[in-house]
Design a protein around this ligand. Sequence first.
Ligand code: MEV
Length: 319
Amino acid sequence: MPAISASACAKLILLGEHAVVYGEPALAVPFSGLRARAAVEAWIGAPSGRIHIFARDLDLDQEWSLLPENNLVRNALTLVLTELGIERLPTCKLNLTTEIPISSGLGASAALAVALMRAFSAFLGHPLDSERLNALAFESETLIHGRPSGIDNTVVVYEQPILFSKASGFEVIRSTDDFHLLVADSGVKKATALTVSQLAQDYSENPENIGAIIREIGSLTQAGVRALRMGDQPALGDALNRNQELLTLLNLSCPELDTLISAARQAGALGAKLTGGGKGGHMLALTAPDQLERVRNALLKAGARSVYHTVLKQEAANA
Ligand code: MEV
């Protein structure tokens, strides 16, 4: 029996991270070039009910049952078994890999869970549809992050540019131009759970100021959506820059990100900001095609560990 394989993409939050946790809208796009992959195959000859996990990037090479309760892989498999009402464990080997750096703002935890749940449910003969998969991926994110808004799992499952809010769910956004983004790694790892809980603490101590900032971020997201729909690159760049100022006021940036963001702007990027949980991880820079080489070189010179290029395509956004 051949292995059953599945994958899931990374994501980029263009506008609205953190504010989305407090009910504001946020704009996220898939980063399809970077993926997590899972493959499940029958384990012929092994004692029945044994599941072996091999995940080099997560440092795992062991029996499923020996993983700690709160482990992402264990939890994702349990969610699928429970959802499908399967009590008898299959006997299989599971291989999990990720090109998406962990704890770096690109949605690795959501992508790993989604790839795994896609492959495992298909192996069990009951591939999950997107809606059920998204609900399970949200539960997985809750275990990892504590208080997720749901934006990461949603953009990863549907792999479309989305405007998301906790109250309204998501809407696919159509853009009328190609938007080129450079995405650079600050080299600082930071778990999203930490920055989310730090902001929650600050919010409870200073509700008026922080609440006003969060609401302004929500308005910027709406301005960014209008810019995407109209193909207005400078307007999207301005929204990104202002969002970064507000994230800095929320104490979510860090010196490494600041250095990359100002290098990108000085080299001609239309706008630049951190993306995801912040305090490390990645930044993104909206860049006109004829400036890509210049901005990429500036980012590398300023200390970026890696620089990816991705395009939010007019066609893809129209899907
Ligand atoms: C993380 O990618 C985005 C945050 O807004 C957290 C969340 O929405 O769950 C920081």
